[in-house]
Design a protein around this ligand. Sequence first.
Ligand SMILES: [Zn+2]
Length: 336
Amino acid sequence: MPFDTQPWTEPGPQPVAPGVHRIPLPMPNDGLRAVNVYAIDDGDGLVLIDSGWNDADAKGHLRDALVALGHDFADVRRFLVTHMHADHYTLAIALREEYGTPITLGAAERESIEAILGGSTSRELGEPRRWGIPDEVSMRDIGIDPSHSREVYQLPDEWLDTETDIALTTRTLRAVPTPGHTAGHIVFADEAASLLFSGDHVLPHITPSIGFQPVIRRSALTEYLASLRLLLELPDMMLLPAHGPVTDSVHVRVKELLGHHDERLDATQRTVAEGATTAYESASRLTWTGKHRAFDTLGTFNQFLAIGETAAHLEHLATTGVLEQTVRDGVAHYHP
Ligand SMILES: [Zn+2]
C-alpha cells in the first residue's frame, strides 16, 4: 500500500501517520535529490527527526512546511538527528543558534565531528594510501566531503551511546544505535505506532553508502551488516527513510540490502581471485551504480566513494577469514 500519493520530493508536509509529517527539503548539488525531515506532533510543539542541510533554500522550505502545520521554528522542542552528515545535521546547528533548540546525536559521531573541528580527515590520516590509490591518480582535490567544513559543524547538546527510550508527550521513541552508514548512526523506533525513522541506515530505492565520514572506521561494513540484522529482530514496521518515500515494511528492504551486500562481497572476492590485490584495483574491476557503470566512467568524487566502499568490503572479507590481508608500506593487500 503506497503511503505517499505524489512524488516523494514534492514540497510541503505530507501526513504519513497520525501526528507524523514527512517534509522533503531540497539539497544543494546532490544526486539524492531531497532529504526528508519528519515532524512529530508533541503537545503544543514539534519534535523533528533530522533537520536538512544548512542552506537558505532548505531553511525556507522547512519554515513553509512548519507554518502549514500551524507552527514555526520556535515551536520545535528538539532535534533528534540520525547521523552527522550535512543534510541531516547542519540546519539543526544553524537553528539552534537562533532558537536554542537542543540537538541529540549518536555518540560515535564525536570522533568525526571533532576531526572536522580540528581540521583533519581520514584523507590526511592516510586512508586513501591504505586503499592503494596510486600517487599519479590525483585525488588531492577530494575533501572527504566539501560540506564538512568547520564553519557549519558544532557539537550536539546530547550524545546517545546506547539503546535509549526517549519519552515525548504522547509517544515513546526508542533510539537504537545502527553503526555502518556512519559510526554513530541512530534509528528511532515508535513500536506502538509501528514506525521506524530509519535515517540513511535503510533507504527504499538506493543502497546507503558505508562508512563515508571524516574519520573512517575500517569495520564499517561488518558493523552495517550487524545493524541490518538487528532490525530483523525488532517487529516489522513502516519504513520512514531520510531519502525516498515511506514504504510499508522495514524487513522486506533489509533483506534486499543484505542480499545486495552478499552479491557485492562475492563480486569483490572474485576481483581478488582474478588478481586485484588492493581496494583501488578491486574497485576498478567492479561495476557501479544500479546501471553497472564502469569505474572509469565515474567522476573523481564517485571514484573515491567507490574505492572506499570496496575497501569496506575487503576489510569485511578479511575479518571473516575469506581473504588474507597483509599491509606493506601502509597499503593493504588482499589474497585468496
Ligand atoms: Zn548520510
